[in-house]
Design a protein around this ligand. Sequence first.
Ligand code: SAM
Ligand code: DTB
Ligand code: SF4
Length: 322
Amino acid sequence: MEIRQDWSLDEIRAIHDMPLMELLDRARATHRQAFDGNEVQLCKLLSVKTGGCAEDCGYCPQAARYHTGVEAEPLMPVDEVLAEARQAREAGATRFCMGAAWRSPKGKAFQQVLEMVRGVRELGMEACCTLGMLDEEQAVALAEAGLTAYNHNLDTSPEYYDKIITTRTYDDRLLTLEHVRNAGIQVCSGGILGMGESIDDRCGLLRVLANQPTQPESVPINALVAVDGTPLGGRERVDAIDMVRAIATARIVMPRTRIRLSAGRERLSEEAQLLCFLAGANSIFFGDKLLTTGNPSYDADMAMFERSGLRPAATTAPGSAS
Ligand code: SAM
Ligand code: DTB
Ligand code: SF4
């Protein structure tokens, strides 16, 4: 299967705008060349350090400067995090993702996160972190602790980015991804739909991701969860077919990447979610909480799997690309 990393915006836009049924046909054919078409990776997300963040990301309920009702909490103790990981493993999760509301990790807290990563790996699960910007040394330390993947989203196109975030640049984000890649950790990077961006911005984000020297192993596609008190609090819910088109386009331009149908599933019907899986999504966060906002219940997800014949993906061997 050919992996292209020289996509133009016009080419990606032409794919995105194809008649929906043709787009789905093409995305599904691509998906089935690289993956079992009935498998969905289950990831469990846990906020290990919530709120009080100094950054100004316009969508985020954890930024200290917005009044969203999210209380700042200290870093969770390592044993509590590992107890959650164990529970998630029993419920079928193969990947455990730890999120911290930091601009970048520092000092003793970072050492504690390294311990969490080692502990999760000892449970036989894939470990992922999202801790903000990383320098080269921090990326190497995470790799040595056994981290499977690092999540750091580009969020939107280079052109729209500064309408949403001003306290760090697009290039800062790309540099963190470079440090992660150079340390030998899998890259997880995606974005958010529904922040007022244009279709070209959505395609522009996919272009930057697809044209990376190595394509990310996972790409989360989030629908904005509009939280009162954030600058984007009043935004309308993103249209389900817009999600489907973005996912199908991501699948076609990044054939071997796990596309994660991430935040916003609570506002999508089961039918819309199934259409997203048909379009090439093959990963979700499961359990009734994301970081600070809600997610469909375990029972609702299992019922959806049961009805559709989708099944949880088996764990991947360490170092394999998914
Ligand atoms: N503080 C770290 C950082 O920003 O890199 C890690 C945690 S941050 C919450 C991880 C990602 O969650 C963001 O980059 C953004 O893409 C996503 N996110 C945050 N709030 C969201 C919201 N309200 N709706 C959808 N996605 C959101
Ligand atoms: C990602 O792309 N989405 C997740 C994860 N990576 C860290 C976060 C979604 C957060 C939604 C808002 C909240 O729950 O605070
Ligand atoms: Fe902080 Fe991350 Fe939220 Fe931005 S997205 S405000 S960096 S927690």
